[in-house]
Design a protein around this ligand. Structure first.
Ligand SMILES: O=C(O)CCC(=O)C(=O)O
Ligand SMILES: [Fe+2]
Length: 295
């Protein structure tokens, strides 16, 4: 192994391009992270700085490798839904509403929106959905009363696309925000989580290896994007977690998280779940976007 570049001083250690290059060379030469770390410390690098440099450099290499793998596997990319974030706007014009951009991630494409729905719209959605949840709740109580944990312990219902003025208004706003036609969207789904309920980490795309998938795909192709809108504030818990990103989005009424996936594959890094509701209850509305017209 060649000697590591030395830090410029003991106290002020910053990760230099020279150091990054050196780490890359060592790992390409087949040296494992532990011995690379040791060599950096021997050259005078602080352990925490050395670890961070190692992590950043190896992550960059991993990203590069996964992009290359994806590029060779997948045919030319079709467009994906998503907001226009060129120039880092703080607000987006969604037609009848200014929607705040609170956070974004590049890979996967993930955006947290603020104030996508008004408090009145959230309440109206819950009120319209609640009576239509009744059936799945009855089924649940027949199987043992309390909501015992399986993968998904919420109950849910679907609105038909365009079924009311409220639904049409929200669908048009989403279409404008995410640059994706209303006709490519599934009907809005509302989920209700009682205390303790959760939705274990999963992917929203249809698994290409499942026998039922070809039939599902006839109705509009794969899912390519998800928008989860929070309709109330749970008292505690109930965030949307993204294990691959070590990210948790807090559920706040009117806010939403959007993410897209070009490949129906774990390399999309879109594994996500609804964390257990620890106190109170949680209501969300989910809009799934398809490649083609959904009918
Ligand atoms: O409830 C959540 O936070 C996530 C919901 C979800 O994953 C879904 O509806 O597909
Ligand atoms: Fe999901």
């Amino acid at each position: 192994m060649t000697n590591a570049a030395h830090p410029s001083s003991r106290l002020q250690q910053s990760i230099t391009p020279e150091l990054t290059r050196w780490i890359t060379e060592q790992s390409e030469a087949g040296h494992g992270p532990a011995s690379v770390l040791q060599a950096m410390q021997a050259a005078g690098w602080d352990e925490a700085v050395a670890l961070l440099a190692l992590e950043q450099t190896l992550n960059q290499q991993l990203d590069l490798a996964s992009h290359q793998a994806v590029a060779t596997r997948v045919p030319p990319q079709q467009p994906l839904p998503g907001p226009e974030l060129e120039g880092s706007p703080l607000y987006l014009d969604a037609g009848d509403r200014q929607v705040a951009v609170l956070m974004q991630v590049q890979h996967p494409r993930l955006v947290v929106f603020g104030d996508l729905l008004s408090a009145e719209e959230c309440e109206a959605l819950i009120a319209a959905a609640e009576p239509r949840l009744a059936r799945s709740r009855t089924v649940m109580t027949q199987t043992g009363g309390e909501e015992v944990s399986v993968d998904r312990t919420s109950d849910g219902m679907f609105f038909s696309r365009g079924e009311s003025e409220l639904i049409r208004r929200i669908e048009q706003r989403i279409a404008r925000l995410l640059n994706w036609p209303v006709l490519h969207g599934e009907g809005l789904q509302v989920l209700h989580y009682g205390p303790g309920a959760e939705y274990k980490p999963h992917y929203d795309y249809f698994d290409p290896h499942e026998p039922g998938t070809p039939t599902i795909l006839k109705r509009g192709g794969q899912r390519v994007g998800t928008l989860v809108m929070y309709l109330n504030d749970p008292e505690q818990g109930g965030g949307t977690t993204f294990p691959d990103l070590q990210l948790e989005v807090g559920p706040r009424r009117g806010n939403a998280v959007f993410f897209s996936y070009a490949q129906a594959h774990p390399s999309s890094r879109t594994l996500h779940g609804g964390a257990p509701v620890l106190k109170g209850e949680k209501w969300v509305a989910t809009k799934w976007l398809r490649e083609g017209e959904f009918h």
